[in-house]
Design a protein around this ligand. Structure first.
Ligand code: GUN
Ligand code: ZN
Length: 429
């Protein structure tokens, strides 16, 4: 029997709280009824209990001490950087040369890639991330290793081989033509297999020639449904460099636009320092930004102007950006986002934060028809959160007056200890 029945408090978003006051659905005593890994029914326990057979009543799992929430969606993360998280002392361009490129060079070795992929997927699940959009290294073997590991858990994961053909050590470079061919092979091997999808992944404009970006555009045009994943306007020196490398472009985003890289399945990490034209173009092209606050603070990139991008109507999801980011944990990532908005006089509400980490991330990845909340028929990727996970949390959450208070305390004080169970397609990991 593939049914699973869980009873307890449940919270999810039906829409974006900043746009719709009725966006949040909180049920203090819900029944979550799963069949074949998907949400079969969800509602107040008292209104659904009469639909259960007597034998099913005894199978209902008591989750009254926990909060059931959708799994977290990480819209930007680098798996080869797992072992260099928390590297001291540099900003973006130095950080790439000093730490990132040397580490990524090792992913040529399939055994190394497989070993790190295992640690990486384990960290995602331990931290409640059930879907992620992931940078691999330039080596196709790194993609195979990650997808194989995700496949073991039946995870919904999007990833791709980095494309980079200049301005880095030779061990991490490809060429416009090899990157095209290798990416094409990987798309054919992996895109649409189980819950896996492929992202065409040029690292960022400074490490790709115009020829390589055009090859990325061809891959997108030739393979409907694949994603585009890259970095955009993260750091001031990076932006100056892009201007000198692409003097004919209107601005940074235009470099990607000219190569045909914008669209509903295009995700740009950071987007901190954008002009109005770039914001408008991101919105009209239905592209998304992955907001990565722990990374932006740690490598000193700047303060993400969330309200400004929201006013332009740009889709936003959360990214941990490990290893520029300093945590795999979405709660800690939201805590840094809140503080970053405080510094700019913007109150990021608890419910909008929760949305960004769940349904908002799913929408940024064009997956909101499949994941992001407990709507009937969606894939049952969800978490049990423990409000009493630590002594301090137990003491503090005992003083919370409502669910809004509770999720804000959990995001501010919580970490992986709060995530007591991560479920993929209804199965506890
Ligand atoms: N820009 C280009 N590559 C990277 C990377 O690996 N991390 C971050 N944060 N920014 C980048
Ligand atoms: Zn990144």
């Amino acid at each position: 029997m593939s049914d699973r029945l869980m009873r307890g408090p449940l919270l999810h978003c039906l829409a974006e709280p900043d746009k719709d006051a009725a966006a949040v659905d909180y049920r203090p005593d819900a029944l979550l009824w799963l069949q074949h890994g998907k949400v079969y029914k969800m509602g107040d326990y008292e209104s659904l209990v009469h639909e259960l057979m007597p034998a099913q009543l005894s199978q209902v799992e008591d989750c009254s001490e926990y909060l059931m929430v959708p799994g977290f969606v990480d819209c930007h993360i680098h798996y080869p950087q797992t072992e260099m998280i928390a590297a001291y002392g540099t900003q973006l361009l130095d950080w790439l040369n000093t730490y990132t490129f040397p580490v990524e060079a090792h992913f040529k070795d399939p055994l190394k890639a497989a070993a790190v992929a295992e640690v990486f997927i384990d960290q995602l699940l331990t931290n409640g991330t059930t879907t992620a959009l992931v940078f691999c290294s330039v080596h196709p073997a790194s993609v195979d290793a990650l997808f194989k590991e995700a496949q073991k858990h039946h995870m919904r994961l999007i990833a791709g081989k980095v494309m980079m053909d200049r301005n880095a050590p030779s061990e991490v470079l490809d060429t416009a033509s090899t990157s095209y061919l290798q990416s094409k092979q990987l798309i054919e091997r992996w895109h649409g297999v189980d819950r896996l999808q492929y992202a065409v992944t040029p690292r960022f404009a400074p490490t790709s020639t115009a020829e390589q970006l055009a090859a990325a555009g061809r891959l997108l045009a030739e393979h409907k449904g694949v994603y585009l994943h890259t970095h955009l306007a993260e750091n001031i020196d990076e932006i100056k460099w892009v201007k000198t490398l692409f003097p004919e472009a209107k601005d940074y985003l235009d470099v990607y636009d000219q190569a045909g890289l914008l669209g509903k399945r295009s995700v740009f990490a950071h987007g901190i320092h954008l002009c109005d034209r770039e914001c408008e173009r991101l919105a009209t092209s239905d592209s998304a930004i992955a907001h990565c606050p722990t990374s932006n603070l740690f490598i000193g990139s700047g303060l993400f102007p969330m309200a400004r991008l929201q006013n332009h109507g740009i889709k936003i999801g959360m990214g941990t950006d490990v290893g520029g980011g300093t945590s795999f944990n979405m709660l800690q990532t939201l805590a840094d986002s809140y503080k970053m908005q405080q510094l700019q006089g913007h109150n990021l509400s608890p419910e909008q934060s929760f949305y960004l980490a769940t349904l908002g991330g799913a929408t940024a990845l064009d997956l909101d028809d499949k994941i992001g909340n407990f709507a009937i028929g969606k894939e049952a990727d969800f978490l049990l959160l423990d409000p009493n996970a630590t002594d301090l949390l137990k003491f503090r959450t005992g003083h919370c007056k409502d669910w809004r208070d509770l999720i804000f305390v959990l995001q501010t004080l919580g970490d992986d200890r709060v995530i007591v169970q991560t479920n993929i397609m209804g199965i506890a990991q």
